[in-house]
Design a protein around this ligand. Structure first.
Ligand code: HT7
Ligand code: ZN
Length: 844
C-alpha cells in the first residue's frame, strides 16, 4: 500500500464553487448524479484534474454539457478540463445494500445512511475527497421513504423526494444522507440571538421512549457552547439520526449528526448510568464539532487532532461543568492510561500529529483524540484561562470558514499571549510518553525539586528533545496543612530545579496535581508519604492518585514477591470509605484499583515479565482481603446504591450507585451472591440490574439470572449487546474463550453489526487473564474472527487488531503465540489496506 506524507501536501488545483447532487435510491443500484462547478485554483501549481472515486460504476460524465473523456482507475479518475471555470457532471451507480464496510452510502435495517469521514465520500461519487476542498451543497433525494434527510436546511419536498441546501461551505467528509421509515422525537432551541432552531432525533419506530435524555443533552450542549465559548448554532434545523450499524460512536455531519444507536438512545430500564454519561458526552462532542471541525476544519488528515483534540477537550470541560470536575478528571486519566499510554509506549506509537499513514482510518486513535486533548489542557494551563479564552476568540474570528493546520492553531496563542510556542509544538511531533524523575532537597528553609525528563525511543523516533511540561505542585507540611498552594512550574529543560523558600520544615510534595501533563511520574515516593497524601492532599486528583499508587505497589509486590496486601493502604482506604463527606463517586473510584493490564505494564517497566494469571490472582486476593477488612462497612455502602428517589441519571445518584456496585462486588465475595441475587430480582433500572448480574457471573451463580435477563430483554438489541459482553467480560479467566466461542454461535450473534461483534470479541480482548490464556486459545479465536470480519468491515477489524499491540510485554511463549496469530492475519490473501497496515505496525 502507498504511504502518504504530511510533507507532500499540495493544494488541489481547483476550487469547487457549488455542488448539486441527486440521489435516486435503490438498494443495489442507487444512481448518484453530480453537477459541480469547478474553477482553477490560483493558489495551486499542480493543475491535474483528479477526482477520487472507489467502487463506483461510471455511467456518464460531461464537462460543460459535452461528453467528457475521463481515465478511470480503482482510486479515481483524471480528465482533460478547460483552463477556466467549468461544470462537471457525472452519473454513477452504487450498491448500498451490499456495502458492509459501513463507509459511503450503506443500508442498516432497511434505512439508507452515510458515513463519509474520513474518505467515504469517494464511494458515493467522483469528487476531490479531501478536507481542504470546501463547497456549498444542494442535495435532492428521490426514493419511496417517508423521511429523506441531508445537511443544512430543508429547501423543498414532495411525494417521494426532498431537497436540502447547506449554505455553509463544507468538505465532503461532512456530507450526510439518511432515508427510511423513521419517526422523530422533536425538540426546539432558541439561540442566544433569538433564532428558533428545530431539533429532531430520528429513530426506528418503537424507540421513542429512549430519546428524552439525548434531547436534553443536546439543548444543554447548545447553551453551554454559547455561554462558555460564545458559539451560536447556525442553521434552522439540527437533526440527529440513530443507526444500529455504525463503526464508531457518532459523526458530526453538518446539521445531520449520525449516531450509533448505543450513543444516543437511553432509558433508565435499558441503560446504565455509564451509558447516560457517555451519551451526554458524545452528543456534546458532536455538537461542539459544529464550530471546532465544521466551521473551522482541517487542511489535511494529518491535522486531525486540530478538530478532535480540541473537541474532546471541550466535551471534557462540558462534562466537568455538568457533573463533578474531579471525578471527570480522574476518569479521563484512567482512560488515558488505559488506552493511550499502551498505544504510545508500544509499536503503534505515533505523534499527536502523525507525519505519514497508509490508511487514515487507523489514526482515529487515543493519541490523536485523548493525548490531543491533554495537549490543549497543557496549553490552557500555560497561558491561563484568560489567555485561552482570548486565543479561542481569535481562532474563531480569524479562521472561520477555513481548513487549518496546527501551525494556525498555535499562531493564535502566540499572537494573543506573545509566547514563543516553538518548543511546545514538540507535543504535536514527538511521540511517546515522557518520563519524569524527581529528586528533592531541603536545607535552611529552602526546598528544591529537581526534575529530569526523558522520553524513550518510539518507532521512527530514536532521539527525543525536552518538551515543555507544566507541573502543578502543592506542598503540605507534616501536620497536613498546605504551605504552598497549587503552583505551576514550567519545565523546559531536560533537567531543571525549582526552589521554594521560607519553609519551616521539610514539606511533603503533591506533584503533578490534576495530572497537569500526560507523563509517567517515575518517583519512588515512600509508602508513608503516599499514605499521608491519601489522607491529606487537598487536590482531589492527587488524593486519588496516592491511593492508586499504594494499590499498584501493593499488587505488584504481591505478584512479584508473594507479599500480603498492604495494610497501610487498606487502613487509608478504609478511612476514606468511612468519610461520608466525600463524594460517593470519588469513593467508588478509590475502590476500583488499577486494571490487570495497567499492572502488566507496570511490572514490565519494572523489569518483571507479567504473568496474567498471577496478576489476576493478586487482584482476587486483594479483593478478598478488602471484602474481609471492610465487612462491616459494605452493607452501608451498598445501601447507598439503593437511591430512594425516582431514578435520575445525574452525577449525584449515579455516584451513589457506583459506590453501591463496588461494595456489592466485595459483598459477593462474602455471601456467595445472596445480596446480588436480591438486587437482581428487585432492580428497576439497568444500572442495578447489570451490576448485580455482573456479580452473579463473577461468582459463578449466573445460570438462572443470565437466562432471565435474556428472556426479559431479547427484543432490545442494545441490552442484548450488554448480555453478550458481560458473560465474557465478567467471566472467570478459564471460561472466557469457551464463552466467546459459544456466544458467537448464538442465533442473535451478527458479525455484520459492529456493536454485537465488539460485545463478544471486544469483551474477549478486554478480559486480560482470559484473553492471555497460556495455551493461546484467546489469541487464536480473536485472529479467526478478525480474519472473517476483515472481508466485510476493514475499519472495525483494523481497530480491533490493537488487542495485540502489547504482545512484547509478555513471556516468550505468549509472545510467540501472539506473533503467530498476527502473522496468520497478515498472510491472508485479500487482507484490507486497513488491517495490513495495523498488523505490520504491530509486528514492527
Ligand atoms: N469525527 C468522527 C470520526 C470518525 C467516524 C465516525 C463514525 C464512523 C466512522 C468514523 N471515522 C471517523 C467522530 C468524532 O470524532 O466525533
Ligand atoms: Zn470528534
Amino acid at each position: 500500500p502507498q504511504t502518504i506524507y504530511l510533507s507532500d501536501y499540495t493544494p488541489f488545483g481547483f476550487v469547487v464553487e457549488e455542488v448539486h447532487l441527486t440521489f435516486r435510491l435503490a438498494p443495489t443500484s442507487t444512481r448518484v448524479l453530480s453537477r459541480i462547478k469547478f474553477a482553477p485554483n490560483p493558489d495551486a501549481t499542480d493543475k491535474t484534474f483528479f477526482l477520487h472515486g472507489e467502487d463506483l460504476k461510471l455511467i456518464a460524465a460531461k464537462i460543460d454539457g459535452k461528453p467528457a473523456d475521463p481515465k478511470v482507475t480503482p482510486e479515481g479518475l483524471t480528465c482533460p478540463v478547460p483552463d477556466k471555470p467549468f461544470v462537471w457532471e457525472a452519473e454513477v451507480e452504487i450498491s448500498p445494500q451490499t456495502n458492509t464496510a459501513l463507509e459511503g452510502l450503506y443500508m442498516s435495517n432497511g434505512m439508507y445512511c452515510t458515513q463519509c469521514e474520513a474518505e467515504g465520500f469517494r464511494k458515493i461519487t467522483y469528487y476531490p475527497d479531501r478536507p481542504d476542498v470546501m463547497s456549498v451543497f444542494t442535495v435532492r433525494i428521490e426514493g419511496p421513504h417517508p423521511v429523506l434527510l441531508s445537511n443544512g436546511n430543508p429547501k423543498d419536498s414532495g411525494d417521494g423526494w426532498a431537497e436540502w441546501r447547506d449554505p455553509w461551505p463544507k468538505p465532503s467528509y461532512l456530507f450526510a444522507l439518511v432515508a427510511g421509515d423513521l419517526v422523530n422525537f422533536p425538540g426546539a432551541f432558541t439561540t442566544c440571538s433569538g433564532k428558533d432552531v428545530e431539533l429532531n432525533i430520528w429513530i426506528r419506530p418503537g424507540d421513542e421512549g429512549k430519546c428524552a435524555f439525548g434531547m436534553e443533552a443536546l439543548k444543554k450542549s447548545m447553551r453551554w457552547d454559547e455561554e462558555v465559548y460564545g458559539r451560536e448554532y447556525d442553521l434552522d434545523i439540527f437533526n440527529i439520526v440513530a443507526v444500529d450499524d455504525f463503526n464508531m460512536g457518532a459523526m458530526e455531519n453538518k446539521g445531520l449528526n449520525v449516531f450509533n444507536s448505543s450513543a444516543v438512545l437511553a432509558s433508565p430500564e435499558t441503560s446504565t448510568d455509564m451509558n447516560f454519561e457517555r451519551i451526554e458526552a458524545i452528543i456534546a462532542h458532536e455538537y461542539f464539532h459544529n464550530w471546532t471541525g465544521n466551521r473551522i476544519t482541517c487542511r489535511d488528515w494529518f491535522q486531525l487532532c486540530l478538530k478532535e483534540g480540541l473537541t474532546v477537550f471541550r466535551d471534557s470541560q462540558f462534562t466537568s461543568d455538568m457533573r463533578s470536575a474531579p471525578v471527570k478528571r480522574i476518569s479521563d486519566v484512567i482512560d488515558l492510561r488505559g488506552r493511550q499510554f499502551p498505544e504510545d509506549q508500544g509499536p503503534l506509537s505515533h505523534p499527536v500529529r502523525p507525519e505519514s499513514f497508509q490508511e487514515i482510518n487507523n489514526f482515529y486513535t487515543a493519541t490523536v483524540y485523548e493525548k490531543g486533548a491533554e495537549v490543549i489542557g497543557m496549553l490552557k494551563r500555560l497561558v491561563g484561562d484568560e489567555g485561552y479564552a482570548e486565543a479561542l476568540e481569535l481562532y474563531f474570528a480569524r479562521h472561520d470558514g477555513q481548513a487549518c493546520t496546527i501551525e494556525d492553531w498555535l499562531k493564535v496563542f502566540e499572537d494573543v499571549t506573545g509566547r514563543d510556542l516553538t518548543q511546545f509544538k514538540r507535543w504535536y511531533s514527538q511521540s511517546g510518553t515522557p518520563r519524569l524523575k524527581v529528586a528533592e532537597d531541603y536545607s535552611d528553609g529552602t526546598y528544591t525539586l529537581t526534575f529530569t525528563q526523558m522520553t524513550p525511543p518510539t518507532p521512527g523516533q530514536d532521539e527525543k528533545l525536552p518538551q515543555v511540561l507544566p507541573i502543578a505542585v502543592g506542598l503540605l507540611n507534616p501536620n497536613g496543612d498546605e504551605v504552598v498552594k497549587t503552583t505551576l512550574l514550567e519545565m523546559t529543560e531536560a533537567e531543571q530545579s525549582f526552589e521554594f523558600h521560607n519553609l519551616a520544615s521539610k514539606p511533603v510534595p503533591s506533584l503533578l496535581r490534576g495530572f497537569s501533563a500526560p507523563v509517567v511520574l517515575d518517583r519512588t515516593a515512600s509508602r508513608e508519604e503516599q499514605v499521608f497524601l491519601l489522607a491529606h492532599d487537598t487536590d482531589a486528583f492527587n488524593r486519588w492518585e496516592a491511593g492508586r499508587n499504594l494499590a499498584r505497589n501493593s499488587l505488584m509486590a504481591m505478584v512479584r514477591d508473594g507479599a500480603a496486601p498492604d495494610q497501610a493502604y487498606l487502613d487509608g482506604l478504609g478511612a476514606l470509605l468511612r468519610d461520608d463527606d466525600l463524594d460517593p463517586a470519588f469513593r467508588a473510584l478509590m475502590l476500583s484499583g488499577p486494571s490487570q493490564s495497567e499492572l502488566a505494564q507496570a511490572l514490565f517497566e519494572d523489569g518483571v515479565t507479567p504473568d496474567p494469571d498471577a496478576i489476576w490472582q493478586a487482584k482476587e486476593t486483594m479483593a478478598d482481603t478488602m471484602a474481609a477488612t471492610f465487612r462491616d462497612l459494605l452493607p452501608k455502602l451498598a445501601f447507598e446504591g439503593k437511591v430512594t428517589d425516582a431514578y435520575e441519571p445525574n452525577a449525584e445518584q449515579s455516584g451513589k450507585r457506583a459506590l453501591g456496585a463496588a461494595a456489592l462486588s466485595l459483598m459477593t465475595r462474602l455471601d456467595g451472591g445472596e445480596a446480588a441475587q436480591k438486587q437482581f430480582d428487585k432492580a428497576d433500572n439497568m444500572t442495578l440490574q447489570l451490576s448485580a448480574l455482573s456479580q452473579l457471573i463473577q461468582a459463578g451463580k449466573d445460570a438462572e439470572a443470565v437466562q432471565a435477563f435474556h428472556d426479559q430483554w431479547k427484543d432490545d438489541r442494545l441490552v442484548i449487546d450488554k448480555w453478550f459482553g458481560l458473560q465474557i467480560g465478567a467471566a472467570q479467566p478459564d471460561q472466557v474463550v469457551d464463552r466467546a466461542k459459544a456466544l458467537s454461535a448464538h442465533p442473535a450473534f451478527d458479525m455484520k453489526n459492529p456493536n454485537r461483534f465488539r460485545a463478544v470479541f471486544g469483551a474477549l480482548a478486554m478480559n486480560h487473564a482470559g484473553f492471555h490464556r497460556k495455551d493461546g486459545a484467546g489469541y487464536d479465536l480473536l485472529a479467526d474472527w478478525l480474519i472473517k470480519l476483515d472481508a466485510m468491515n476493514p475499519q472495525t477489524t483494523a481497530r480491533m487488531c490493537s488487542a495485540f499491540q502489547t504482545w512484547k510485554r509478555y513471556d516468550t511463549d505468549r509472545q510467540a503465540k501472539m506473533k503467530a496469530a498476527l502473522e496468520r492475519i497478515a498472510s491472508q490473501p485479500k487482507l484490507s489496506r486497513d488491517t495490513t497496515e495495523m498488523v505490520s505496525r504491530i509486528l514492527g
